[in-house]
Design a binder for this molecule. Structure first.
Ligand code: ZN
Ligand code: FE
Length: 262
């Protein structure tokens, strides 16, 4: 049954706070600010039931305390990270029941960007499954390795790439065009990438979000999801200047390339 709506609320300079709501209740993910969430709750006359956190970075949690105080919403977050508040510490295999919007989401451990980063995934009530993946997977990119290793990140991205192809990818930042510009250096001959560049450029020209993406679109265009494709392996090998013998080595080369890409 289609009864919920998924809304990316722009926050800070390039963050999105994801809201999932019906006509009475709402949940939000990674509120880096409280004001835009409170404004949306007001505008739609919604009760905030829950706040879901993916990781501890400031731009994802700075609005939590104000929202908790104003709404009494329950806070969910990664068990192993230090958060401003957390009523329900979570780890992989846990389930988050959100009866107000008729949704329940599973939890995945996806370390790499931070040591305890988690994702929330499942049927969303919008007619499609979704994943809230924070700063681990972006459209045409992935998060920087602040607290984890390449091996962890490859494993984490692997869990996300195994989700159903039509899963809506709800990530934490509007980085899509910059990521695509780099991805086009990696796979300049990819028709899927050129198409994506056209479509996403048009959205940004109208100041619209490029998100959510889908797992299927990311498998077609995201170099970090394509570390076993010959074109990506060859490009990464050229960048590093020596043979790359594993998916982790290809990932490491791509991550370094992206870090240095201007
Ligand atoms: Zn982050
Ligand atoms: Fe972030």
């Amino acid at each position: 049954m289609v009864n919920t709506e998924l809304i990316p609320i722009p926050a800070l300079s390039d963050n999105y706070i994801w809201m999932l709501c019906n006509n009475k209740h709402a949940i939000v993910v990674d509120p880096g600010e409280s004001e835009p969430v409170l404004a949306m709750l007001d505008q739609r006359n919604l009760v905030l039931d829950a706040i879901l956190l993916t990781h501890h970075h400031y731009d994802h949690v700075a609005g939590v305390l104000a929202l908790q105080q104003r709404t009494g919403a329950a806070v969910y977050g990664p068990a192993t990270e230090t958060l401003p508040a957390c009523d329900h510490p979570l780890k992989e295999g846990d389930t988050v029941q959100l009866p107000g919007i008729g949704v329940s989401l599973g939890v995945l451990d996806i370390p790499g960007h931070t040591a305890g980063h988690i994702a929330y995934y499942g049927e969303s009530g919008t007619g499609k499954p979704l994943v809230f993946c924070g700063d681990t997977l972006f459209a045409a990119g992935c998060g920087r390795l602040f607290e984890g290793t390449s091996t962890q990140m490859v494993d984490s991205l692997g869990k996300l790439s195994d989700l159903p192809l039509d899963t809506l990818v709800c990530c934490g930042h509007e980085y899509t065009l910059a990521n695509l510009r780099w991805a086009l250096q990696v796979e300049p001959d990819s028709p899927a990438l050129h198409q994506q560049w056209e479509a996403m450029s048009q959205l940004r020209a109208k100041n619209l979000p490029t998100l959510p993406s889908t797992i299927g679109a990311e498998l077609d265009t995201n170099p970090f999801f394509r570390t076993s494709q010959a074109a990506v392996v060859n490009a990464a090998t050229r960048y590093t200047g020596k043979p790359l013998e594993s998916a982790v080595a290809v990932f490491t080369s791509l991550r370094e390339w992206k870090n240095n890409f201007k």
